[in-house]
Design a protein. Structure first.
Length: 236
């Protein structure tokens, strides 16, 4: 898969100031008005995830492409790397982007949609990992997170598919708390690039037929953890 978008920076940021400037540049390029593909329009969907070693800078990034109808994997790519950016809240995307993009570049099939384990515009500067990846790959992209970060939401019904807006203190809607399993904690969906929140939530429900988290995330997480375990058993 070719991810060498014209939006790709010449070099990755190494300092907080450089990352903030790059984040603002990418945020301005994000397409937040397109409806994007509906579930019935997608044949291949990809998930990405990163696992970090304990006690070292080692990491493993995985990209897994699934058949959108069966949710069976059709291709997997893995990259072993290392952390090249410090831990800075709000700039975590820069710890993952180089390796995640390298994993996507190894794919021979191009997915029509990317799903991240994290945030899109549900981010203090409206620029989570899904925004970065969507702009840099040119693919529709959204995030499905396990926690609401710093945002609030109203009561979510207990039935599968129930939702409530994820909002700032000022009332801006930045995502949706979405119940994917009856009686189980909701997930938190936010758009990144080239897709509407309604379609992102519809895809999330399609990707969660049995579990709380999307199959894209579950598969990519398993692959990255397993490679990390076998590559560095003493630090994983």
């Amino acid at each position: 898969m070719d991810t060498h978008s014209t939006a790709r920076p010449a070099t990755w940021p190494r300092t907080e100031a450089e990352a903030l400037a790059e984040q603002e540049r990418l945020r301005a390029l994000a397409d937040l008005s397109s409806a994007g593909p509906a579930p019935e329009d997608i044949r291949l969907v990809a998930g990405v995830d990163v696992s970090y070693a304990t006690g070292s800078d080692a990491l493993v990034a995985a990209a897994v492409v699934l058949d959108a109808a069966s949710l069976e994997p059709v291709e997997t790519a893995v990259v072993e790397g290392s952390v090249t950016f410090p831990y800075v809240p709000g700039l975590l995307a820069f710890r993952e982007l180089p390796s995640v993009l390298a994993a996507l570049e190894k794919l021979t099939r191009t997915p029509q949609l990317l799903v991240c384990d994290g945030y899109g515009i549900a981010h203090p500067r409206r620029a989570g990992l899904a925004v970065h990846l969507g702009v840099l790959t040119g693919l529709p992209c959204f995030g499905v997170a396990k926690t609401p970060f710093v945002f609030g939401h109203g009561e979510v019904g207990q039935e599968r598919g129930a939702g409530a807006p994820l909002t700032t203190e000022e009332g801006e809607v930045v995502g949706r708390a979405l119940r994917t399993r009856r009686g189980v904690k909701p997930v938190f969906v936010s758009v990144g690039h080239g897709i509407s929140l309604d379609n992102a939530c519809a895809h999330t429900l399609r990707l969660t037929p049995r579990f709380r988290l999307p199959e894209t995330t579950r598969r990519a997480d398993h692959v990255s953890r397993e490679r990390l375990r076998t590559a560095a058993p003493s630090t994983a």
